[in-house]
Write a new protein. Structure first.
Length: 275
């Protein structure tokens, strides 16, 4: 659980750095799937620093995904939105209201409940079709992102964030499904390609969301999709379960973490210029 929370801190800080960088460059197109925008953002040192934090967060996330249930890791990632809100007060010159501070506290309380109720990681391999389904999900994410990029302002940021979260959720599930790293077996596993493509799709959509929208609205959408999808997959197909008698605490904690994250969508941030 410590690794999952540390991962959330890395992801939350990275989101703010990447948002500043994305806003400092021009978009290549109006689509939510904009490789040119991503390439331009990569030239910004803040975006590179954010990617480094994402890399560290991903390594910590892998440790967590191999140790605790998917729903616990997913809910821990809701804390990344709280981190984004707090870091934005320093880097985006914004302020948290009392209600927004309460939302951060709600996320933390929900995570504490999940930590107390979390049982052992499930040991099911999942159906073979699940691996191919992840690849199909990535294609749907890219299609939805292309359509969402045509929307205005806040809806655009929210929907692109949801798409990015779905892409990153594919990565979480794929990490659990890859059962061997031996060559050539790993290269024949569809989950490996779902992991790579899901991560790429997530970054494409999230960068587009940051470029013309609120960093916290975009991150909230990402957290919602990245939290709920993998949690459902873990419980239904991979055998993840809370401790006996504490199922209610896990459910309350999960709902509190997600509700607190969604409440933070009201947290506004002003556009920041510069590189």
């Amino acid at each position: 659980m410590v690794c999952a929370l540390a991962s959330a801190c890395c992801f939350g800080t990275a989101s703010v750095l990447q948002a500043i960088a994305a806003r400092a460059v021009e978009a290549g197109s109006g689509s939510g799937v904009d490789p040119v925008l991503l390439l331009r953002a990569l030239r910004q040192w803040r975006y590179a620093a954010g990617l480094a934090l994402d890399g560290l967060g991903f390594l910590l996330q892998i440790v967590a995904l191999r140790s605790i249930p998917l729903y616990a890791v997913s809910a821990s990632l809701a804390a990344s939105l709280a981190v984004t809100a707090v870091v934005a007060t320093r880097l985006l010159d914004a302020r948290l209201t009392a209600a927004e501070r309460a939302a951060v506290a709600t996320v933390c309380a929900g995570l504490a409940m999940i930590a107390l109720s979390s049982g052992p990681e499930g040991n099911r391999a999942g159906p073979a079709a699940l691996r191919w389904s992840l690849l199909c999900a990535v294609l749907l994410v890219l299609l939805a992102g292309a359509l969402a990029g045509r929307l205005p302002g806040r809806p655009r940021a929210l929907l692109l964030g949801l798409g990015a979260g779905a892409g990153f959720g594919v990565v979480e599930v794929a990490v659990r499904l890859i059962d061997s790293l031996t060559v050539p077996r790993v290269f024949g596993d569809p989950a490996l390609y779902a992991l790579v493509l899901g991560g790429a799709a997530g970054f494409l959509l999230l960068t587009s969301a940051f470029q013309r929208g609120s960093v916290t609205v975009a991150t909230a959408g990402m957290v919602l999709a990245e939290t709920t999808g993998p949690a459902v997959v873990g419980i239904v197909w991979l055998g993840d379960r809370p401790r006996d008698g504490l199922q209610w605490l896990a459910l309350v904690g999960f709902m509190a973490a997600v509700a607190g994250a969604l409440a933070l969508t009201r947290f506004g941030d002003a556009p920041t210029e510069g590189t």
